[in-house]
Design a protein around this ligand. Structure first.
Ligand code: FES
Length: 119
């Protein structure tokens, strides 16, 4: 069974293959939302783009980003900036399925500059 290592929370959980990352985080008591987003967010439909997480290791072990997730990440300003410079690692937890071991950073820092944004 795949393992999800939530780095900040120092919590490792075993999940069934194909498990939804957001659902497993909530089950494990891991908070994926920050600030007001804890109270105002969509029910895991990929619309609000507030459940952003950074896949630090094992990005090959999660589902590929689809156009729905990609589009919704671009329309949310904080998620847009958080994504700069780590386009493949930043994901919406509710749209990510886990197929192997991964290390996940919840509530990743927002990178206002990115590596390529101004350069
Ligand atoms: S919970 Fe709204 S986009 Fe993930």
């Amino acid at each position: 069974m795949p393992k999800i290592n939530f780095i900040k929370e120092k919590k490792v959980v075993e999940v069934p293959e194909g498990a939804n990352l957001r659902r497993e985080a909530l089950k494990a008591g891991v908070e994926v939302y920050s600030g007001i987003d804890k109270y105002i967010h969509c029910p895991g439909l990929g619309i609000c783009a507030t459940c952003r997480v950074c896949i630090k290791k094992g990005e090959e072990n999660v589902s590929r980003q689809g156009w729905w997730e990609f589009f919704n990440m671009l329309k949310h300003p904080l998620t847009f900036f958080a994504r700069l410079g780590r386009e493949k690692q930043l994901r919406l937890a509710c749209q990510t399925k886990v197929y192997g071991d991964v290390e996940v950073e919840t509530q990743p820092e927002i990178n206002l500059y990115g590596e390529r944004f101004w350069g």
